[in-house]
Design a protein around this ligand. Structure first.
Ligand code: ATP
Length: 260
């Protein structure tokens, strides 16, 4: 693998869980320097795909490569130095301080002098400095979400993969995180993020991938993918638009008419 990390590519990914084909031949390239949004209804397979892209789940068929090297040939530690992951639901946090939890993001790099600086940067970027001495187990849902993002940011990896990182955040923190993703992308990071907030997805993502029933049904710039017809077909909602943002507005009846 070259020093300059190249593309993160998934080809022909299939995952079957129980009796369900959760991912059906999904191929996608995440690029450094862009915010790639993954959108789609509940159960579409977004989290499963993100975990495959992060190397946390093996696909049944297909493969993921980083800089043209298959994940199978990359050690977990080396992979963690290139791809940081923010889980959708961190579960019960371990009994440790927020600072210690965030510092776990430096684990793949061992103990080097850059550790503290990277941890402090991650806390500043997520506004979690004032939480640093608190027990992680005593955080609110939104605070914990920001701390888990800080843990991933502390790794300062070329790719950041985040599963619904703003779902529990208030509007100010959600905007702040999306702005941070844009800044990271501007500096060269590849950000791949699952979002249910279509307004923020349309506004902040360079490209969006629309996943439905385990298949990619659209991939491109938000204006091309988040069309009224696609939003109706996939989410069964009618949308309104404001300054290019897509705002879910009303549910549709089975005949396709809006319920107002
Ligand atoms: N271990 C499992 N065994 C069986 N089915 C599973 C398992 N894990 C996930 N699934 C199913 O796979 C499908 C895709 O799940 P996934 O979490 O990837 O969806 P998602 O698009 O992230 O949904 P959400 O928006 O609700 O988070 C769902 O129908 C889910 O019930």
């Amino acid at each position: 693998m070259s020093r300059e990390t190249g593309a993160l590519r998934a080809s022909g990914i299939c995952v079957r869980l129980g009796k369900l084909d959760v991912l059906k031949d999904v191929s996608l390239e995440a690029r450094k320097g862009e915010v790639l949004g993954l959108i789609g209804p509940n159960g579409a397979g977004k989290s499963t795909f993100l975990r495959v892209m992060a190397g946390l789940r093996l696909p049944d068929t297909g493969r993921v490569t980083l800089d043209n090297v298959a994940f199978a040939a990359i050690s977990p530690n080396r992979r963690a130095r290139h791809i940081a992951f923010v889980p959708q639901n961190g579960g019960r946090p371990p009994p440790m301080s927020v600072y210690d939890l965030i510092s776990l993001g430096r684990l793949p790099f061992g103990c080097d002098l850059a550790n503290r600086a990277a941890i402090l940067r991650a806390m500043a970027e997520t506004g979690t400095e004032m939480l640093k001495n608190r027990p992680a187990s005593a955080l609110s849902g939104g605070e914990l979400a920001r701390v888990l993002l800080a843990r991933a940011l502390a790794s300062e990896t070329p790719y950041l993969i985040a599963d619904e990182p703003i779902a529990a955040l208030d509007p100010a923190h959600a905007l702040s995180v999306m702005t941070l993703f844009r800044d990271l992308a501007r500096k060269g990071t590849g950000v791949m993020v699952v979002l249910h907030d279509l307004t923020l997805a349309a506004r902040f993502c360079d490209r969006v991938v629309l996943l439905d029933e385990g298949r990619i049904v659209g991939c491109g710039i938000p204006a091309d993918i988040m069309t009224d017809a696609a939003m109706r077909a996939v989410y069964n909602v009618d949308v309104r638009r404001l300054d290019g943002a897509v705002i879910p507005w009303s549910l549709l009846r089975t005949d396709g008419d809006a319920i107002r």
